[in-house]
Structure formats: structure tokens, C-alpha cells
Design a protein around this ligand. Structure first.
Ligand code: UDP
Ligand code: MG
Length: 315
């Protein structure tokens, strides 16, 4: 098997057949042996019957049907776990990632790279809010990690079997694949493209899911927030100490003191705020720590046509 194409699906009934046709249109001429792995991530529309129909008609279409919605990163992980190709392409189902780029990614890989990611030159039809938050996120992440995670790059990419093997050895429950792939290293390169609009349907990435992904990325690849909490603590303590000196001076030297309601309130609120922020940051890390200690399977497969599947996915 030369190439596996991994396609996570969450409510994509409007896009599946066009996507499949476009994929075939670019991959068949490449003359390589290829499998298409559709992962149905608990869709509530008729995505599943469409996938089952494709699988019934084409022997190279595989499907993995999850027992519920586990999220995009987990869906891709399941695809990676059960893929067989020497190279593996990850692509969104909504045609925002043009299938036509796959041959170029593949060619680059054959030049001797283990990872070829697709970097967005422009993004169309996305809300200003999404563009802004995404931009900020990638910049901040780049600042606070030691791993150089490429900016403006999603999961659309081709990776080699070596990288898939390495990913399988990374047990974290909160996946941030693009970060993990950067962490793995090897020779990596990119191809630029203009990101299109979503072809049909609507985004499955709610703000809630985006915030989770962002926090997963940050907590998995940086301890800076924890250190910032410590710094804030030192800062607040420093200020409190100055206020203390000032108060003592007023009380005993100038003997010019007022009932100190304002200063008291200000310092209580300030310290309370700093403490809550610090506790919250610790909580984010702790929650992920406990998820990893629980060692639950990452996903549960309801059914699949891939032979000998692992019934559950280990992290
Ligand atoms: N997706 C998924 N599970 C989810 C949300 C999304 O498998 O819980 C899939 C979705 O079907 C698509 C890809 O992940 O193939 C990217 O999602 P989407 O296009 O909704 O995200 P956006 O492009 O808006 O960031
Ligand atoms: Mg999309």
C-alpha cells in the first residue's frame, strides 16, 4: 500500500460524494496503490449511509464508525492507527483542503521528506473572529514553546510510515497532532496553498472545541503558563510588600491614616484574582494529567470494514 488518505467526517453529507470524486480524480492518475479511510465521528446526518455505500462499491474505501463524537483529532488518530500506507495523507472532508494538492505533497515526500505539510497562504470565507483567533493562537504558541510548530498550518499534510509509528508511541490523551508531528522531527517541509471556503454544510468546530484544541496544544507543548502563574504570584507579592511599607509608614511615622477601606478592597480583589488565575492554570494541567492517568481508550469503534481492527484505540 503506497498511500492512505484519512478523512474525518462529522456531519458532512453535503460534501462526501464530491470529495470522493475529486480525490479519485487526482489519485487515480498517480498510479499508486491507495486506500481511503473515512472515520465517521458520530455524525447526526446521513454521512454514515453515504460512507457505507461508497465502501460497498469500492474495495479501497475503508470506514471506521465511532460509537459517538470523539472529536476531530481523535478521529484522525484512529485513521492513523488503522492505516497501512507507506505514506498517509490527512485531509478535511469539507473541501477546504484541496485534494488537488495531494500529488504535490506526495512528490515532495518522495524527494526525501518525512512530513510535507500544507501551509495556508490565504483563507477564504472564514469569519474575521476565526481568522484573528487562529492567527493569535499560532503566534502565541510559537512564542511559548520550544518545539517549532509551523504557523498557519492545520492538519492537512502527508506523513510517512516512520512518523505514524512515532505518533503511535505517543500516549497522550489530549491530541494536538500538528504539535506532536513537529516534536517528532525528521526532515519536514511545506507547500503553500490558498484555503478555500467550506463546500457545503457547516463547521463542526464550535468555539468550545477550538478552545479545547488550543488549550491542548498549549498545555502539551509549554510550561510557560505555569511559570507565568508563579511570576504573577511574585509580582503580586512584591506590590503587596510595597503597600505594606507604605501603610506602616503612614501609620507610625506620619500618623496620617484613614480607615483603609479602599486599599483593603483593592488588595483583596487583586490578590483573589491572581490566585484564581493561578489555580485555574494549574487546573488545566491537572485535568490533562488525570486524563492520562485514567488511561481510557481514546475512542470506541462501533464497526469497521478494516480487518482485525483494534476494538479500542490506545492512546
Ligand atoms: N470533524 C470531526 N469531528 C468533529 C468536528 C469536525 O471529525 O467533532 C471533521 C470535519 O468533518 C472535517 C474536519 O474535521 O472533516 C474539520 O472540521 P471543520 O471543517 O468543521 O473545521 P474548520 O475547518 O471549520 O476549522
Ligand atoms: Mg473546515
Amino acid at each position: 500500500m503506497d498511500l492512505s488518505v484519512i478523512i474525518p467526517i462529522y456531519n458532512e453529507e453535503a460534501n462526501i460524494s464530491t470529495l470522493y470524486q475529486r480525490l479519485r480524480g487526482v489519485i487515480d492518475p498517480m498510479g499508486i496503490q491507495c486506500e481511503f479511510i473515512f472515520i465517521n465521528d458520530g455524525s447526526r446526518d446521513s454521512s454514515l449511509p453515504l460512507i457505507l455505500d461508497l465502501a460497498a462499491r469500492h474495495p479501497d474505501v475503508r470506514y471506521i464508525n465511532f460509537s459517538r463524537n470523539f472529536g476531530h483529532q481523535i478521529a484522525v488518530t484512529a485513521g492513523l492507527d488503522l492505516s497501512q500506507g507507506q505514506a498517509v495523507a490527512i485531509i478535511d472532508a469539507d473541501l477546504q483542503d484541496p485534494p488537488e494538492l495531494i500529488p504535490e505533497l506526495y512528490r515532495k515526500m518522495r524527494e526525501g521528506y518525512e512530513v510535507v505539510y500544507a501551509k495556508r497562504r490565504r483563507r477564504e470565507g472564514e469569519s474575521a473572529m476565526k481568522l484573528f483567533t487562529a492567527k493569535m493562537f499560532y503566534r502565541i504558541l510559537a512564542k511559548i514553546t520550544n518545539v517549532s510548530i509551523p504557523v498557519d498550518t492545520g492538519d492537512f499534510r502527508i506523513i510517512s510510515r516512520k512518523v505514524v509509528q512515532a505518533l503511535k508511541q505517543m500516549p497522550e490523551q489530549n491530541k494536538f497532532l500538528r504539535g506532536q508531528i513537529s516534536w517528532i522531527g525528521y526532515r519536514q517541509t511545506y507547500v503553500e496553498y490558498d484555503r478555500a471556503q467550506r463546500a457545503g454544510g457547516e463547521t463542526g468546530y464550535t468555539y468550545r472545541k477550538m478552545i479545547k484544541l488550543a488549550l491542548d496544544g498549549i498545555t502539551a507543548f509549554s510550561d510557560v503558563p505555569l511559570k507565568a502563574a508563579t511570576l504573577m504570584g511574585f509580582g503580586a507579592t512584591g506590590i503587596a510588600f510595597l503597600v505594606l511599607l507604605y501603610t506602616l509608614f503612614e501609620r507610625f511615622v506620619t500618623r496620617n491614616y484613614q480607615p483603609g477601606w479602599a486599599s483593603l478592597m483593592v488588595s483583596i480583589l487583586f490578590l483573589g484574582g491572581v490566585q484564581l488565575i493561578a489555580v485555574g492554570i494549574i487546573g488545566e494541567y491537572l485535568a490533562r494529567l488525570s486524563a492520562n492517568v485514567r488511561q481510557r481508550p481514546l475512542y470506541i469503534i462501533s464497526d469497521t470494514n478494516i480487518s482485525e481492527p483494534a476494538p479500542v484505540g490506545r492512546g
